[in-house]
Design a protein around this ligand. Structure first.
Ligand code: UT7
Length: 310
């Protein structure tokens, strides 16, 4: 048994911030950001927009039918930037979306691996159920120190969602965790300390991703008994175009197999993969029956890879 992605949708905040905007208050340049990350612009939410809202907007864009609403048994929301600690964003979506109350609704945090982790959870949950919403939603701009050029120019806001249902085809996963509490870090609620900003040791994360992803790809292909050449679309978390280029080279696969939208999205963490999937669907890039590989990685350190037929 496996799962199939039935529908995709996204919501991107209206405010588009080009690299040139950072040049006005940071010691940085459009050239450095483009060359070192692949990013040219990103979306930042307005003061009023929070993670729950953009998650709801993305779900509304799915255009759920009454039949689908009745069949949704679970909502999995991946986020490390919830606007409120409790209740969950997942719980807040039930009534506005008109979903039934016999619903398992949960938020979880697995950093940028969150969306693929959500598919993993959905696959396990749906064994005896019908459909689930799997989301990644982040308003990272609110935990950025805009005067830290090593993070401010990289991260971005957005929400992506998929409606998944169970099917007969297998889905293959590879996942891992390696305790690293300093290289990507956002302080939580601490006595007498105001919420602090995200910090990242980019080089260490880059090294972790470049070494881990090719190995995870190999293990996942072995589980499915197929070769890299058989996979039509490899969609890596959009953190840095140079990481994706490295993975392509290590796998000996053409870069054209690797989807990229980081130039216009920046790094939206758990939202990056469902946003990417929605872009691919809207551009008619994925065809039924094609093998698709999704690779999430990030804070923790953590990684989750999924391989399945579209
Ligand atoms: O989503 C979670 C997973 N996250 C990632 O995968 C992030 C992985 N890491 C990266 O993408 C890259 O490490 C960064 C894009 C964050 C940084 O690129 P880098 O090529 O690793 O740069 P670096 O940290 O080695 O810094 C090189 C130089 C430094 O200056 P010095 O020490 O050589 O004088 C930095 O201070 O670039 C400087 N620098 C900048 N210069 C202009 C760092 N940020 C900037 C900037 N503009 N925004």
């Amino acid at each position: 048994m496996g799962i199939r992605i039935r529908k995709t949708a996204k919501y991107l905040p209206k405010r588009i911030v080009p690299n040139s905007e950072f040049e006005t208050f940071l010691d940085t340049s459009d050239q450095w950001i483009s060359e070192r990350t692949g990013i040219k612009k990103r979306h930042f939410s307005s003061k009023e927009e929070d993670t729950s809202q953009i998650a709801l907007m993305a779900c509304e864009a799915l255009g759920l039918t009454e039949e689908e609403k009745e069949k949704i048994d679970a909502i999995f929301v991946a986020t490390f930037t919830p606007d409120i600690v409790a209740p969950s964003i997942a719980a807040s979506l039930q009534a506005p979306l008109g979903l039934q109350e016999e619903l398992f609704a949960i938020d979880f945090n697995m950093g940028c691996s969150g969306y693929v982790a959500g598919l993993h959870l959905a696959e396990a949950f749906l064994k005896n159920k019908r459909m689930a919403l799997v989301l990644g939603a982040e308003v990272i701009s609110k935990v950025l120190d805009m005067h830290d050029r090593t993070t401010a120019v990289i991260f971005a806001d957005g929400a992506g969602v998929t409606l998944v249902e169970k099917n007969e085809d297998a889905i293959y996963f590879d996942e891992g965790t390696r305790s690293n509490l300093k290289d990507i870090y956002v302080p939580g609620i601490q006595v007498d300390v105001p919420l602090g900003a995200l910090s990242m040791q980019g080089k260490n994360v880059f090294r972790f991703a470049s070494r881990t992803l090719p190995d995870s790809m190999e293990r996942t292909l072995a589980k499915a008994g197929i070769r890299g050449e058989d996979v039509s679309h490899i969609v890596c978390h959009q953190a840095n175009s140079r990481i994706i280029e490295h993975v392509a080279k290590k796998a000996g696969l053409p870069i054209s197999r690797f989807f990229m939208n980081i130039d216009r999205m920046g790094n939206t963490s758990s939202a990056s993969l469902p946003i990417a999937l929605d872009d691919m669907v809207k551009n008619n890039q994925i065809k039924p029956g094609q093998w698709v590989m999704l690779m999430g990685f990030g804070a923790g350190f953590s990684w989750v890879t999924a391989l399945f037929k579209w």
